[in-house]
Design a protein around this ligand. Sequence first.
Ligand code: ADP
Ligand code: ZN
Length: 530
Amino acid sequence: GPTPGDPVSESVHGVLQRVFGYDAFRGDQHEIVTHVARGGDALVLMPTGGGKSLCYQIPALVRDGVGVVVSPLIALMQDQVDTLTALGVRAGFLNSTQGPDDRRRVENAFLSGELDLLYLAPERLQVEGTLRLLDRGKIALFAIDEAHCVAQWGHDFRPDYLALSHLHERWPDVPRIALTATATPATHKEITQRLQLDGARHFVASFDRPNIQYRIESKQDPKKQLLRLIREEHPDDAGIVYCLSRASVEKTADFLVASGVTALPYHAGLDTRTRAANQARFLREDGVVMVATIAFGMGIDKPDVRFVAHLDLPKSVEGYYQETGRAGRDGLPSTAWLAYGLQDVVQQRKMIDDSEGDAAHRRKLSAHVDAMLALCETVECRRARLLAYFGQTGAPACGNCDTCLTPPESWDGTVPAQKLLSTVVRLSRERRQKFGAGQIIDILRGKKTAKVIQFDHDALSVFGIGADLDDATWRGVVRQLLAQGLIAVEGDYGTLVLTDASADVLGGRHQVMLRRETQRTAAGKTARTK
Ligand code: ADP
Ligand code: ZN
């Protein structure tokens, strides 16, 4: 309840109950809300579902003037405004989707003090007219949502956000609250610098989402693996399936529908009406599975998403955390499931090689993928790894992730690693031709494929020296060597190349420990049921 005799505490509780209909604040909400209501600056790091919106909405309501909310989620502004309007809060938005009449109506409401909250797309702040408009009204506070977008080192940098660094200079007396659900220590620091929030109070909630069970398995037959997850663990549950490309979204959605699952596609290639209709069905109906690119989900408030599945490797741990975080906002048990394979790594490397931007930009993208790979191949608790990535080190093993539930055995993979690296060395002598993991594994296993014969690879001394391990194990070896930086992949064909660290493995100075592939593979399961 409110702190007795503290008028700010009493008034924010009043708004919480009267306007929003909630009994009590959660976590740090009370501290944050009273601090900002009194005119303090704040930086709030809180996981998805933690209740960030109230942190700026309530101070905006108790302070004089209009709360200006900067958000990149243009597609959701109408929804947010409708929700607030239904609660009796006077809200409006300004963004590029609006006609001039709508814009003028909102601007007039702002100037005449008839608004409590004004949502603003960040690019609006580049427009001098908007700045002059803000000068003529009374601003209660600035809320900067998705504040990690200001960080160039982060995974979701938006150049428009850089304009936000000038807010403080232009309106030094207006309190600012910046909020994000993903920030590594480096990103946290960059937000602080760029938004000049060193004087602000920092509220850092735990990033842990204990009700989410994290699981990462290797890709065998991804659609079948997904269907098994849905049928065995989440029949009739709402879920989100993330795919990298529009084409795989369509294919996966068709496959699920043909298998009797209520699934809908969502990607930027669909027309606006179809997208809106699919999103509305996902939000309103029970048990709809949304198959989507990462264009879907930001700011979507559906509390009972029971699973989030990734059929492709996310580009960063931040992205993975943000996307999986859409599961289980209601606090009930939920699953975050990811299937990934060697091809994912090759594809990501290729995308990075092809990406625009300078070497520093590509290095950043690579570092993000490397961190994601390390999470996939860890033998430790996934949650502890994830939390450590966000700066919460030393968390105990959680008991609710795949590595805790079925601890992976590790095995000494030094000899197989040496065999593989030697093969890479042999092939790298063939200047004209580049070979990916597939060819190398065929050589190791002694398979006389057309391509092996074409290049006389059956005459190499390494031909067949890896026949003791099967295909899946070899692919696992390659993935894990990649994750450990003992080998690298390059170019369009995913050519394997040595790294600086490879020599130590070849020279026997570095022991290579690998995780054994888990038993619960699609192949294993099908074999048992047949
Ligand atoms: P975030 O933006 O951090 O992901 P939201 O602000 O969307 O989280 O809040 C998540 C959910 O929790 C929403 O449905 C919201 O209404 C609810 N919520 C937030 N604060 C409280 C509270 N103090 N009591 C009850 N429900 C709350
Ligand atoms: Zn764990």
